[in-house]
Design a protein. Structure first.
Length: 341
């Protein structure tokens, strides 16, 4: 039951991308084009295509390019290119009916994090930039610039096992805050900077269970997350508790096995009593949900969604139909290209 439970810093590029979906596959896939349809229940007809995504892979199964579209794969609003390690190199977006460079990352050979990230908005050229500093292979500092002016930066400290210990957010004199105009102050404009926050991480182990405590300190609040994780060959159990100034707000219990995922979310009142909950069990062919979203509501709500799946001759799915009370609510179809067939 040995496993690594590592924490990673937030990667700014993730603010601008849609994580690839519906790309699970077997065998030597060359590309997957997924069409996600929404259903108009009142008219019981398929609406226009809600979303189209095409993903290209190399022969090792690493993503090389992603096209994000609304109606047609011929008209993407965003194109993402990856390097040979699956890291995002560039993002192109449509702007005034023209495709232009939106984001670009520059990498070293040893880290998943780039040396720098440039953001371009329209015809303005580079408007934002992130610059990373490393100590060996560890990211120790990340600076954020707009119009070539340093606004704020984060620093990262690690223990002897290269686990993140302290993450600090530091504002500069040109950083973000609130400006009060002289018409209110009676004198000159006054700027109050956002606070300098920091987050600490603690690690422990109880038998085969790994425990990580993440605590974020702000001037008015202390947010704490306690995550417990147990992993075996047959299942993974993860329990997360969330606190705000020692007020127990929320707990999440997730049980993952080979063929199903059970996810239970509980919210609490100031007496640490459950005020509402959401429970789901997901299998390859169904999604079952039970919830009580109102305090003191006696009867819970429930919904069962059945999933009909069509496979191709290589055992990859090409169509999933979602039905609730025998009414179609969603259809996802996939066009798959192969290297070796």
């Amino acid at each position: 039951m040995n496993f690594m439970f590592l924490l990673a810093q937030d990667d700014p590029i993730n603010r601008f991308i849609i994580p690839p979906r519906n790309i699970d596959f077997k065998d030597c896939i060359k590309s997957i084009t997924a069409y996600d349809y929404s259903i108009n229940r009142a008219k019981e007809i398929i609406d226009t295509v809600k979303e189209v995504n095409k993903i290209l892979f190399d022969k090792k199964g690493i993503i090389t390019k992603q096209f994000n579209c609304v109606k047609s794969i011929e008209d993407p609003w965003q194109t993402i290119e990856y390097d040979n390690k699956g890291r995002i190199k560039t993002i192109f977006r449509k702007n005034n009916d023209k495709i232009s460079l939106f984001a670009e990352q520059f990498f070293n050979d040893f880290s998943e994090y780039p040396d720098s990230l440039n953001i371009y908005r329209g015809e303005k050229g580079k408007t934002e930039q992130y610059i990373n500093t490393f100590n060996g292979k560890l990211l120790v500092k990340q600076e954020f610039y707009t119009q070539d002016t340093l606004r704020h930066y984060n620093t990262y400290q690690y223990d002897k096992k290269s686990r993140l210990l302290i993450e600090s957010f530091i504002n500069t004199k040109n950083g973000w805050g609130i400006v009060i105009g002289k018409s209110i102050t009676g004198g000159k404009d006054e700027k109050t900077l956002n606070s300098n926050d920091y987050t600490t991480y603690g690690y422990s182990k109880s038998k085969d269970t790994m425990v990580i405590t993440k605590t974020k300190f702000t001037p008015k609040h202390t947010y704490k997350e306690i995550t417990k994780k147990l992993k075996s060959e047959n299942f993974i159990i993860e329990i997360k508790e969330e606190y705000d100034n020692n007020y127990f707000e929320k707990s999440t219990f997730t049980y993952t096995s080979k063929d199903s995922i059970s996810n239970n979310i509980f919210y609490y009142n100031n007496k640490r009593e459950i005020s509402r909950y959401y429970k789901t069990i997901t299998t390859p062919n169904s999604q079952i949900g039970n919830w009580n979203s109102e305090v003191n509501k006696e009867k819970e709500s429930t919904q069962t969604i059945n999933i009909e799946i069509i496979l191709d001759k290589f055992n990859n799915w090409t169509k999933k139909t979602y039905l609730s009370d025998n009414i179609i609510t969603r259809i996802i179809t996939r066009e798959i290209e192969y290297y070796c067939h």
